[in-house]
Design a protein around this ligand. Structure first.
Ligand code: ZN
Length: 314
């Protein structure tokens, strides 16, 4: 099986990394959930066009962009007539804490010694972090995970949730997988989602959500989170598939879109409900065309958001 998984050390992307200072700056400066969403919607187009390496078919989703712009819930909430609804909705997640873990880090590749250092994940010792994968055209998984994290953050904040990111390209590498778990624990998060895209073989397509298995070893004890994490993961998988139109992975999970693992430090060390999502396979050209589309990434964030919201509202 060519499945690699979120903590596998993928080959380095062939080309140099994107720099997105504008995106990061605006992410900090643009206040408010609505403005945040509008900002990212605008940046989605900029990100696609400005990526340079994401050209041709990969960024050629103008039709998809129009569709994505037209059918998203954020557009509905932007309508003045929906103000009352939006206000009521915003109150519904007040007091809820969500931690978003954008997988990898755009500059991990510059710090091989640090990210290859071993950390204790309870069951065993493993690498601090990995570089992540990329599309064949060089769009990095780390850029993808950050972009989806920003979009998801704006959506959840718009619903009134308190949102923390484990990293925002604001550190040279990592965090290490154990620290990623501890950030969620320390925040007493009601839900944590770690965002990834896979680096599997051509023809392997679709999404899957990774659930924590029951682990009790060393500092790891997942017994209390296996149940709620499964519920969270099932809701995210269902909503992600519905909103994006993607199918569950055709290469793991037997078509369920769900995979349980006991080897991921980010799950083993979590004491709060947590799942990973592999949004698609960056190494498959058809999936890559989706993953490199800003409009599709907005749908991905919307799907993940709806699953989290359903979970939090119980
Ligand atoms: Zn990954």
């Amino acid at each position: 099986m060519s499945y690699t998984g979120p903590e596998f050390d993928h080959p380095l992307p062939r080309r140099s990394r994107l720099r997105r200072p504008l995106a990061v700056t605006l992410a900090v400066l643009v206040p408010g959930a609505l403005l945040g969403w509008l900002g990212y919607e605008a940046l989605g187009g900029t990100g696609d066009g400005g990526a340079g390496r994401v050209t041709g078919a990969a960024s050629g989703g103008p039709g998809a962009t129009a569709a994505g712009d037209g059918d998203g819930k954020p557009a509905a909430s932007a309508s003045p007539s929906a103000t009352a609804t939006a206000t009521a909705t915003a109150a519904s997640l007040a007091g809820k804490v969500v931690v978003i873990d954008p997988g990898h880090n755009p500059t991990n590749f510059r710090h091989p010694d640090e990210i290859n250092g071993k950390v204790d994940v309870g069951t065993h010792r493993k690498e601090c972090d990995t570089t992540g994968t990329s599309t064949n055209s060089g769009y990095s998984e780390a850029a993808f995970t950050l972009d989806v994290a920003h979009r998801l953050s704006a959506l959840l904040r718009g619903q009134g949730a308190t949102v923390t990111l484990t990293q925002d390209a604001d550190r040279p590498y990592g965090p290490c997988v154990d620290e990623r778990a501890r950030i969620g624990n320390a925040a007493h998060a009601d839900a944590v989602v770690s965002i990834h895209a896979d680096g599997s073989g051509t023809g392997n397509r679709g999404y899957h959500v990774i659930l924590p298995g029951e682990v009790r070893a060393g500092a790891a004890d997942t017994r209390a989170i296996v149940g709620p994490s499964r519920e969270l993961g099932k809701l995210i998988a269902t909503d992600f598939g519905r909103v994006t139109g993607s199918a569950p992975a055709n290469y793991v999970g037997d078509g369920s879109g769900l995979v349980t693992r006991e080897d991921l430090g980010g799950l083993n060390l979590s004491t709060v409900p947590k799942v990973f999502i592999e949004c698609g396979n960056m190494r498959d050209s058809k999936d890559a065309a989706l993953l490199t589309s800003g409009a599709w990434r907005q749908k991905a964030a919307q799907g993940i958001s709806e699953g989290i919201v359903s979970f939090l509202r119980g």
